[in-house]
Design a protein around this ligand. Sequence first.
Ligand code: PMP
Length: 350
Amino acid sequence: MLWADKIRVVKPYVPGEQSKNQNIIKLNANENPYPPSPEVKKAISEFDFDTLKKYPDANSMELKSALAENYNIKTENVFVGNGSDDVLALAFMSFFNSNKPILFPDITYSFYPVWCSLFNIPYENPALDDNFRIVLKDYEKENGGIIIPNPNAPTGIGENLSFIEELLQKNQDVIVIIDEAYVDFGCESAIPLIEKYNNLVVVQTFSKSRSLAGLRVGAAFASKELISILEAVKNSYNSYTLDSLALVGATASVKDKKYFEETIKKIINTRENAVCEFKKLGFKTYESKTNFLLVSHEKIHAKDIFLKLKEKDIFVRYFNSKRIDNCLRITIGTDEEMDKLFSALKEILA
Ligand code: PMP
């Protein structure tokens, strides 16, 4: 291995485990248990197959227009990519180029430190408080940029817009990214603030509330200046991040507002019922504004519950990391899936 000192060695992000077994109850990757809008199916099945011989629209104009209309902004304020991981990676590359550390919470999306190490970005992790809330004053020191998910993951806890605005007020000379992967499940989006703060980037995904994790679509919303920087970086790396089928499917999804709202309502309902069930079984839950719950049990260790659930073909997420190593992150499934989860938990606890 004479080349060993010439290659890049990275420690990659580890996503929730996937399984070939169709019979498992999969509550470990915050996927939506409901199918995408029937309009997505229609758009993709009516897609003119022959046009696959051509490159897709590198500018994704139809999808940008649908998103701009949906949020009452201009297409120049919209960027799209191959899932929000792609959008976030490009945003890290584009906006975090300082020698000063960027800031994100100690308990958060575990991909952030991976991008920092990939792009050589220094970072610091202010600790969440004992109730897993973000402490605003920790973000008032000098920094090279900020990224926080709102709601946060894997805590599920969301902050209101005045919190986000205060964060922006205190950080006007750096880029602030708000990762809104789960915002549709009960938080207010910061998109309306992009007009007032030209240093704000809001990132969203089609993987959760739109049931399109497999199609790989994400978006960013920001001032015209920041969007054109993202476009330039993307076009210096890979111009065609979204394929033709993803473009028509995602556009159809944005246009079907009724299905989107109905699906979210069902998941929030199931989540609130699940909170009661968990409490009855002696679990502590954190207030969630997402499609998952972070829970811990007063008597049995999270890892034991995780392994026992797995034996019963129910997959949830266990993180072997500081401060949350006695917690489980459980995605909200259908009512039927949650009933099975609670029956299994009752057996395990007995
Ligand atoms: N941000 C957060 C906070 C997430 O939990 C996820 C899902 N793993 C993503 C971004 C990325 O989602 P996707 O790439 O599927 O859009």
